[in-house]
Design a protein around this ligand. Structure first.
Ligand code: KIV
Ligand code: NA
Length: 264
């Protein structure tokens, strides 16, 4: 059992203290982040882009995710480890169960999958078998080819209503946490207030229960040389990587990050 568990996260939401989440893919960063006060380490399939150099997350495999989860587990000192189920690893119920088991046995305490209302059945089956689930809604990078690009989601009223309904339905299905990516901050705040489970945001404003960033982004590292609007480079005001991670933790806790300029 990690020091941080679901009870810890629910208490943080209830006491309106922000939850700090950050990606890590290896032992050194997992060690650094957990020691700096990051409560949830996300082994994100963003590793397909920032580590492997692909132009999307689609090529990432369950074996890749398990390898990095094992590495993160060795460095972690008490954070809750959440691992992404990669593209097509949860297309059927049987795949969902087998692949989630592989990630849990690699050291994850929770799995994350991308989707909407259709995920309900899979989520219920996982929770019944002892695997907590975070549902990633809004901009879901694994469906970038259907979405037609990496774009803000939920700008139109009908889309916003669907997103809220999905969030409520997935909580009812047993999701232990939700993650909202690139949605207008008013909508993200409304969703966070409409569910009891913690809602983590990225590009979703400061009204969510917690924040997450890709660690390379917040260290100012980018192959393209461009950083998304919702990212802050924490290296510019700090001396080294440990200090930048600590500054991120402090800024999320103080509700100083994200600021207005990072919102949609
Ligand atoms: O893979 C990842 O890093 C993620 C975050 C962007 C939320 O899913
Ligand atoms: Na991801």
């Amino acid at each position: 059992m990690p020091d941080v568990n679901l009870t810890t996260l629910y208490k943080l939401k209830q006491s309106a203290e922000k939850i700090v989440c950050l990606t890590a893919y290896d032992a050194t960063f997992a060690h650094l982040e957990s020691q700096a006060g990051v409560e949830v380490i996300l082994v994100g399939d963003s590793l397909g882009m920032v580590l492997q150099g692909h132009d999307s997350t689609l090529p990432v495999t369950v074996a890749d995710m398990a390898y990095h989860t094992r590495s993160v587990k060795r460095g972690n000192r008490g954070a809750l480890i959440m691992a992404d189920l990669p593209f097509m690893a949860y297309a059927t119920l049987e795949q969902t169960l087998n692949n989630s088991a592989a990630l849990m046995q690699a050291g994850a305490h929770m799995v994350k999958l991308e989707g909407a209302g259709w995920l309900a059945e899979n989520i219920t089956a996982l929770v019944q078998r002892g695997i907590p689930v975070c549902a990633h809604l809004g901009l879901t990078p694994q469906t970038v080819n259907v979405l037609g690009g990496y774009k803000v989601q939920g700008r139109e009223q009908a889309q916003a209503d669907t997103l809220l309904a999905d969030a409520v339905a997935l909580e009812a299905a047993g999701a232990s946490m939700l993650l909202l990516e690139c949605v207008p901050s008013d909508l993200a705040t409304r969703i966070s207030q409409s569910v009891k489970v913690p809602v983590i945001g990225i590009g979703a404003g400061s009204g969510t229960d917690g924040q997450v960033l890709v660690v390379h982004d917040m260290l100012g590292l980018s192959i393209s040389g461009r950083l998304p609007r919702f990212v802050k480079n924490f290296m510019t005001e700090t001396a080294d990587i440990p200090a930048a991670i600590k500054a991120y933790v402090d800024a999320v806790k103080a509700v100083e990050f994200p600021a207005r300029e990072h919102e949609f």
